[in-house]
Design a protein around this ligand. Structure first.
Ligand code: NAD
Length: 440
């Protein structure tokens, strides 16, 4: 380790290092609080002024995040935020937590990572450690980010340091949070890896060092591909068992009693969130560069993307049994978020369902205790503005069908079952047979 690295290491160990976090969303904000909590000075960067202002007031804009912790680190002066990227010269370590979506052609959209790396490169100074946290294809840190940063004239592993460490946040999970989920770390070079590991060890209970940034990037993708493929598998089984008159939920409850060799995944109306529907395609894209096709990933995409349409068909048939067409029927969609008990609507299949129902001429409303107003969505630009309807006996009785897209705990499902004439349950909320419930 040279003197530049040694100086940075001692600043990290004494917690005198200033930490910059670029992108203060679902990943960046909890990370900022985690380091500030440990006594580091944290400077957050975001292009969204509303987020920066909210942090200035000590107010959380992420529902499942403990607002008290944010308030206390802000009032202690440990966490500040800015839209002024000239201040990127200040932090000793810069953690990049910006979005990595897909283009409409389902290819990696690297402009946020690329743009952030360029902002950092403009002010890069000797002794800075840069860590990419955004989920991405293997080689991003080593090829794309390193190239941009070294164009500054500084050399990686000598005058500045660079690593990748994926975020493994599971929003809303009460058992695991930012500081208790083991952190995988891979440096572009060994010294960069050592420095990144030393930094995370200050705030996170367990670090897992791997040999390279590429390995760390591949680790994150592997975890999410595993989920995507298994979600597709149970969704496919659901369709097959449904045709056979077998309840997939009963099968899964029983299979789950096997103490080894089985891991439960739940079927649903599709796949959602910022990770599972997107990340696998980062690997699929990179694999093509190596002349390879990732068949499992493509197949998982095919199955999961088809799910909302299968649910709509079940709804159509169920309404038909009631002597009704979808056109003109009043359908209440229950749950907009992509999974239960969170307020994150990104990529939620609920929007696909609403879009399909509107296209068929249904009158659609929704209830979600965590999302009072449906945000405008990039993938569904034509959806009308909607607000969450209070879930009352009268509303339920006035619908033709309730479509459970997300099984939030806060919903009174007994009330729903008592008053709704027809329920399409995509989440296994109702395990016993009920006259008015169709599992889909
Ligand atoms: N949300 C999760 O549960 C989760 C879990 C693991 C990994 N990830 C990954 O972490 C990364 C961030 O995801 P997220 O969920 O926090 O996204 P997010 O949309 O919640 O937050 C991203 C933030 O970056 C800001 N931003 C956009 N462009 C910027 C720029 N050029 N400079 C500075 N800030 C900019 C946005 O305003 C936003 O506040 C993604 O790569 C994602 O795949 C997310």
């Amino acid at each position: 380790m040279n003197q530049t690295a040694t100086n940075l290491l001692s600043k990290i160990r004494s917690r005198d290092a200033t930490i910059g976090i670029v992108g203060l969303g679902y990943v960046g904000l909890p990370l900022a609080i985690a380091f500030a909590d440990k006594g580091f000075a944290v400077l957050g960067f975001d292009v969204d002024e509303r987020k920066v202002d909210a942090i200035g007031r000590g107010e959380s804009y992420i529902k499942h995040l403990d607002g008290g912790r944010l308030e206390s680190v802000v009032s202690a002066g440990k966490l500040t935020a800015t839209t002024d990227f000239a201040r990127l010269a200040e932090p000793d370590a810069v953690l990049i937590c910006v979005p990595t979506p897909l283009t409409p052609q389902r290819e990696p959209e690297m402009r946020y990572v690329d743009g952030t790396a360029r902002e950092i490169a403009k002010r890069l100074r000797p002794g800075q450690l840069v860590i990419l946290e955004s989920t991405t294809y293997p080689g991003t840190t080593d090829e794309l980010v390193r190239g941009i940063l070294e164009a500054s004239g500084l050399t990686c592993g000598d005058s500045f340091f660079l690593a990748f460490s994926p975020e493994r946040e599971d929003p809303g999970n009460p058992d695991y949070g930012t500081t208790t989920i083991p952190k995988v770390i891979g440096g572009v070079d060994p010294v960069s890896g050592d420095l990144a590991e030393a930094l995370y060890a200050q705030a996170i209970s367990r670090t897992v060092r791997v040999s390279s940034a590429r390995t760390a990037e591949a680790t994150k993708l592997t975890e999410n591909i595993f989920r995507a493929v298994n979600i597709a598998l149970v969704n496919e089984l659901k369709i097959v068992y449904d045709r056979m008159g077998i309840d997939v939920w009963e099968v899964l409850d029983a299979a789950d009693t096997k103490p080894f060799g089985f891991m439960r995944f739940s079927p649903g109306p599709g796949w959602g969130g910022h990770c599972i529907p997107l990340d696998p395609f980062y690997l699929a894209w990179k694999a093509r560069e190596h002349g390879l096709n990732t068949k499992f990933i493509e197949l998982a995409g095919e199955v999961n993307i088809r799910m909302p349409q299968w649910v709509i068909e079940k709804l159509q048939l169920a309404l038909n049994d009631h002597g009704k067409a979808v056109k003109g029927s009043r359908v209440l969609v229950l749950g907009l978020a992509y999974k239960k008990d969170i307020d994150d609507p990104r990529e939620s299949p609920a929007f696909e369902l609403i879009d399909a129902l509107l296209a068929l001429g249904a009158e659609v409303s929704y209830h979600d205790p965590h999302i009072p107003e449906a945000p405008s969505m990039r993938s569904w630009p034509d959806l009308p503005p909607m607000t969450s309807q209070p879930l009352t006996a009268d509303l339920l009785a006035a619908t033709d069908a309730v479509l459970i897209a997300t099984n939030h705990t806060a919903v009174d499902y007994d009330l729903v079952a008592t008053h709704a004439p027809l329920i399409i349950d995509t989440r296994g909320v109702y395990r016993e047979r009920r006259e008015n419930v169709v599992k889909a």
